[in-house]
Design a protein around this ligand. Structure first.
Ligand SMILES: CSC[C@@H](O)[C@@H](O)C(=O)COP(=O)(O)O
Length: 356
């Protein structure tokens, strides 16, 4: 892709993103400067996908911190926390948002002995590191994911866990992009992903423009392509993984997982360790965002598709039970049942790597 999903323009004090609600028809780059603009961009899905939201929030809070006009540490910290809470309230399910904001807050609280100017410089370094890590992490997830498939395989994916959802490579698409570079020539099926069509508008767009063999299907066709024997593996991203491996991802993922299990197709969740929330015990503890009815009844279509005033239920995510998941692919290896134990090993590997 020609543009980056999320960028910082430090000279112009702007968070620069592609407005993903306009894709694939129009590539519109927008510049966000105020807390309200950043909050709206996340809530309205102009920037979306768990890792991309985290990177946007890190750059966003840095820019908002830069605007705090005081040399007094306590005043700075109080205002920083206010802005952080505000950005954190934009979407509840993707843990990367609060993860990135907490990481930025730690820079402020760990450096209370430094000047406010110095803390602002450290915040910029941390936000840059969060983005650079995201790129490295996605690439490594791609390498591990690639060990689970073979050349020519059929891969099904749901929603968009691609480049547009991260800083580069994507998570669920990382094995596909790396495989493509190495001549694996996968056949990819992209679920359109109602109601907001991230699969149709974003995944099929980014894979098709990268030369990947991608076929767009409606969500209710996933079981059929599996029954036809066209799918060897399912790769999806996630917004939050609970300690027991239950996984929240875009609504419809659990139906894909149930069909995949029925047809003996393994489903793999691609999850940066930043998306694994060891403080959440099970999927029942994950807050599932509910969004406006209009997204179901009329958005993206010229005509209304449902009667005025009809009742609508519009949860943005669902939870796939850990028992349906064949493996959770992280940047420190592939976690398997029992997930809690496996995650502890993965986090220990991460800690050792950081220590080395
Ligand atoms: C690597 S992105 C992982 C998930 O965030 C993705 O699969 C997803 O569900 C995105 O939902 P969205 O509502 O478009 O932000």
């Amino acid at each position: 892709m020609e543009y980056e999903t999320v960028e910082l323009d430090d000279k112009d004090d702007a968070l620069v993103i592609i407005d993903q609600t306009k894709l694939p028809g129009k590539t519109e780059i927008i510049r966000l400067k105020t807390a309200q603009e950043m909050w709206d961009a996340i809530y309205l899905l102009k920037v979306r996908g768990a890792p991309a939201i985290g990177v946007a929030a890190a750059f966003g809070i840095y820019l908002l911190a830069k605007q705090i006009d005081t040399a007094d540490y306590s005043t700075f910290l109080a205002e920083f926390r206010k802005q952080k809470e505000y950005l954190d309230s934009s979407r509840p399910t993707a843990v990367n948002l609060s993860w990135a904001l907490k990481r930025m807050e730690k820079i402020v609280t760990d450096n209370g002995d430094k000047s406010v100017e110095e803390i602002k410089r450290l915040l910029k370094t941390e936000a840059d590191a969060i983005k650079a890590e995201d790129i490295r992490v996605c690439k490594t997830i791609g390498e591990f994911g690639l060990t689970l498939v073979k050349p020519g395989d059929g891969i099904l994916t749901h929603c968009n866990a691609g480049q547009l959802a991260t800083s580069k490579y994507g998570t669920a698409t990382a094995p596909i992009y790396l495989g493509e570079e190495r001549g694996y020539h996968f056949r990819v099926f992209a679920d359109e992903t109602r109601p907001l069509l991230q699969g149709a508008r974003l995944t099929s767009y980014e894979l098709h423009s990268s030369g990947v063999d991608v076929t767009l299907i409606c969500d209710n066709m996933a079981a059929t392509v599996m029954k036809n024997g066209w799918v060897d593996a399912v790769f999806v991203g996630c917004d939050r993984v609970a300690r027991n491996g239950d996984t929240a991802n875009k609504i419809g993922t659990s139906s894909v997982a149930i069909a995949a299990n029925y047809y003996n197709v393994p489903i793999y969740i691609c999850a940066p360790t930043s998306t694994i929330d060891m403080n959440t015990a099970t999927g029942a503890d994950i807050h599932i965002e509910e969004r406006p009815a209009e997204e179901v009844t009329q958005m993206w279509y010229r005509e209304r598709m449902a009667p005025e005033g009809v009742k609508v239920y519009n949860p943005a995510f669902d939870v796939t039970d850990h028992s349906l998941i064949a493996g959770i692919v992280t940047e420190y290896g592939i976690a398997r049942e029992p997930y809690e134990e496996s995650f502890r090993e993965i986090f220990a590997r991460k800690e050792n790597a950081e220590y080395d």
